[in-house]
Design a binder for this molecule. Structure first.
Ligand SMILES: *Cc1c(COP(=O)(O)O)cnc(C)c1O
Ligand code: SF4
Length: 341
């Protein structure tokens, strides 16, 4: 597979719509989504309250990978404002992983040992219903407000930080020239070794992996790690796989993290297929997260004994390097907590 060198030219005909255009054209209306999928709104338990709180947003490319006339499609369930989001339960809150307690300067969070999170933007190409930052007060956390200055000063002053993790929102919403400039500022800080990008944008708009992105990645003096968020094997269609091969041939490591989601990927067959397809795209599975207990997402939760039973079977069927680490994020801990299965 690796013998044929992937080339962007093959997968990026000039006539194609740019990712920026696809980002702007995203579906934000339930009736548009229903029409595209040949579904009636009354077949879906939609909640207006959930929609108001965290609006629908999904690019056409991602909708193109959903099955028509299937109200239970695992891709659809990830973006649909569902009546079950109105449920409330003890243990579910607006800030399940203690983000607000770790803010150092606007948009800069220090939660993990040696690593700092930079919330590069509040925007995303897709609104995932299970998002643990769906209630995050982004308006108060804009590190670009002063052209990154206070965040960069804070990082420069703290030599224990070796890795910057661009998070958000989705950092790849930013233009490549902006990202390239940020990388130039960051690589001038002597104690920084690595830059990590956590993103779901290329998953929902594969055209985001383009020449400009590969250019700044290849030019970076920092070690670059891209962590994708793919949850289901059907998200990895032909175009995304082709583009991921070009990304994994660039000067970066490409890993994937998923969230274990009820009725989306909570069975061994789906997770095995996901790992296989990631590998075929040049991507290694990294984490499988238990759901962060964010208010509005409890219908996605898979309890720990069930998760362990699923992972036992996955591990029995795959080579070790294709088995993601089952983890949970616990507020106040210096890293992820592994879950033994
Ligand atoms: C866990 C997590 C991190 C940090 O990951 P490590 O690999 O444990 O350093 C960064 N960003 C997001 C969104 C995460 O969930
Ligand atoms: S792309 Fe990531 S940050 Fe954005 S809504 Fe989805 S899970 Fe949340």
């Amino acid at each position: 597979m690796q013998s044929k060198r992937p080339s962007l030219a093959r997968v990026h005909p000039a006539s194609e719509t740019t990712w920026q255009q696809q980002y702007r054209d995203s579906i934000t209306r339930i009736d548009t989504l229903c029409n595209a999928l040949e579904l009636h709104a009354n077949e879906l338990s939609i909640s207006q309250t959930a929609e108001r709180q965290f609006p629908l947003r999904v690019p056409w490319s991602y909708v193109g990978r959903m099955q028509k006339s299937n109200p239970h499609d695992p891709l659809l369930l990830q973006v649909l404002p569902h009546a079950l989001e109105e449920q409330e339960a003890a243990g579910y809150g607006p800030d399940p992983v203690g983000d607000l307690a770790s803010v150092k300067s606007p948009g800069l969070l220090k939660k993990y040992h040696g690593r700092a999170l930079l919330l590069a933007t509040s925007r995303c190409a897709v609104h995932c219903r299970f998002c643990f930052r769906r209630h995050f007060p982004y308006a108060l956390q804009n590190p670009r407000g002063d052209a990154w200055r206070s965040a960069l000063d804070e990082i420069t002053a703290d030599s224990s930080i070796e890795e910057i993790i661009l998070s958000g929102g989705d950092p790849l919403v930013l233009a490549d020239h902006e990202l390239a400039q940020l990388v130039r500022h960051l690589q001038a800080i002597p104690h920084l070794r690595r830059l990590r990008v956590h993103t779901r944008l290329p998953v929902v708009i594969p055209a985001r992996i383009n020449g400009e992105l590969l250019d700044w990645i290849n030019a970076s003096e920092l070690g670059i790690v891209v962590v994708l968020h793919v949850n289901h094997p059907r998200e990895l269609d032909h175009e995304l796989q082709e583009r991921l091969r070009t990304l994994s041939a660039a000067r970066c490591r490409v890993l994937n993290q998923s969230v274990l989601l009820q009725n989306v990927n909570d069975d061994p067959d789906t997770l095995v297929a996901l790992s296989e397809r990631l590998f075929d795209s040049g991507v290694l599975p990294y984490y499988l997260h238990l759901l962060d207990k964010v208010q509005g997402a409890m219908h996605f939760d898979v309890d720990e004994p069930t998760a362990c039973a699923i992972m036992k079977e996955v591990a029995a069927r795959l080579p070790g390097y294709l088995v993601p680490r089952l983890v949970r994020e616990q507020a106040g801990e210096p890293g992820k907590t592994p879950v033994q299965f």
